[in-house]
Design a protein around this ligand. Structure first.
Ligand code: FAD
Length: 403
């Protein structure tokens, strides 16, 4: 088996294949262009889904807040914590686990240029910088490039954003941060061309990760995020001098439109490429962990005889969540200026455990109802009807059902 990309999804899938014993029957080769791993990002999430990297969590917060300058909502819930996992700890643990498995090879400094199906040979062909490779299955996590184009095909077309951000870990000269509270969203302004907020994770009173975050159509130049961070530190905390320790930049699709499937049964798209990023939030790490474990379970029988066609991969999100995200993101895209109020309502009115489960699609239908009940009814009902009407096949005569 070949895994294109040794990032969060590629390494997580390889770890699960190894932990669940599939590598006793299959050899796994991971192709990754970078030559070494470093702390290129931090992953945060509420502790709602178990995974093998729990011991890599370095910080956690029992209270989190959202605010818009006038109102601030602080929430906490027994047993629920917002956790922070630095990427270098994840890479270190994943690569050590894989190095101990003789049937897994991580090849750094190589790149997959193209993947093709070879149905006649029950294989897929990957063209790499170092030459062609065939595999019984390719798990592909290569970034697709964000789809920025706006869909104007119809008035009801689902809305979508790019969540783009740049963050810095800063150390201020004076103690200014409330170390016990993670700021999930501090809306610095209401805009009609997107949503703009600051995300701030304090590690102690002087050190914090602070990210300037936008939901809009296009990323901005790095200097513009940096200016926003400096302005925020000066306005909110009266901090003008600080040391910058790490930085990270990202652009995550918030796109509820269906993702193009790969072109053959011997290819499975994983990670962000395969739809792991939840359209309404951009969170992907826990979904990647849940998917990797389910994928390995599903492939267990096939691993004994890879000449058979592999089973279909698990879904990242339930159909119900996909539809709710489509309604939510389309409503936000239509009225971005209402975004701060919508998010404040969610954190204020929904029980934190239900909201955390909802955000990671680990929830019950009752959680969805709690979330829907917290949002303004009239515009959401309108958007639900619009999105229902825009679903492929809606309004067409139904095929007679087979008795
Ligand atoms: C800065 C940042 C912060 C984030 N924070 C959070 C968070 O707090 N919580 C959360 O849930 N999600 C977060 N996300 C979203 C998501 O969890 C991450 O993007 C996650 O890394 C996605 O995993 P992935 O495997 O799809 O992509 P990646 O981890 O980016 O892995 C893709 C891999 O493919 C490799 N690659 C590229 N081109 C090729 C090629 N041609 N051939 C082979 N390999 C190739 C890349 O080098 C990379 O290693 C964040 C994303 C970013 C960018």
């Amino acid at each position: 088996m070949l895994i294109a990309g040794g990032g969060a999804a590629g390494l997580s899938c390889a770890v699960q294949l190894s932990l669940q014993g599939l590598t006793r029957f299959l050899r796994v080769l991971i192709i990754e262009p970078r030559s070494r791993y470093e702390r290129d990002r931090t992953w945060c999430f509420w502790n709602v889904i178990p995974h093998p990297f729990e011991d890599c969590v370095s910080d956690s917060w029992h209270t989190w807040s959202v605010s818009d300058g006038q109102r601030r909502i602080d929430r906490s819930w027994p047993g629920l914590v917002y956790q922070h996992l630095p990427a270098d700890a994840f890479y270190e643990k994943a690569t050590s686990l894989l190095a101990a498995d003789p049937n897994v090879e991580l090849r750094l400094g190589d790149r997959v240029k193209r993947v093709e199906s070879k149905p006649e040979d029950n294989q897929a062909l990957a063209m790499t910088d170092e030459g062609p490779l065939t595999a019984s299955l390719v798990l592909d996590s290569r970034p697709r490039g964000a789809r920025l184009e706006l869909d104007r095909s119809s008035r009801n077309a689902p809305g979508h954003f790019l969540q783009h951000f740049h963050g810095k870990t800063v150390r201020s000269e004076k103690p200014v941060f409330s170390a016990g509270v993670a700021t999930i969203m501090d809306f610095v302004e209401a805009r009609n061309d997107g949503i703009h907020f600051i995300y701030l994770l304090p590690y102690d009173e002087r050190t914090a990760l602070i990210e300037d975050t936008w939901f809009s159509d296009e990323p901005r130049p790095v200097e513009s995020y940096e200016e926003e961070i400096s302005r925020y530190l000066a306005d909110r905390f009266d901090v003008v001098r600080y040391e910058a320790l790490h930085s990270e930049t990202g652009a995550i699709p918030m796109d509820p439109r269906p993702i193009e499937p790969p072109d053959g049964p011997r290819q499975i798209d994983i990670g962000t490429r395969g739809g792991a990023a939840r359209p309404s939030t951009g969170y992907a790490f826990l979904s990647i962990q849940r998917f990797a474990a389910a994928l390995a379970r599903g492939l267990t029988g096939w691993a004994h005889d890879p000449s058979q066609e592999p089973p279909r991969p698990p879904r990242h999100y339930s159909r119900r969540s996909v539809f709710l995200d489509r309604v939510f993101v389309s409503h936000l895209a239509r009225t971005p200026e209402a975004g701060p109020d919508l998010f404040l309502r969610l954190f204020d009115r929904v029980r934190p455990d239900a909201l955390a489960r909802f955000l990671f699609d680990g929830g019950l239908p009752l959680d969805d109802l709690r979330v829907m009940a917290a949002l303004p009814a009239a515009p959401l009902i309108g958007e639900t009807l619009r999105q229902y009407a825009a679903l492929p096949g809606a309004g067409e005569p139904r095929e007679p059902s087979v008795p």
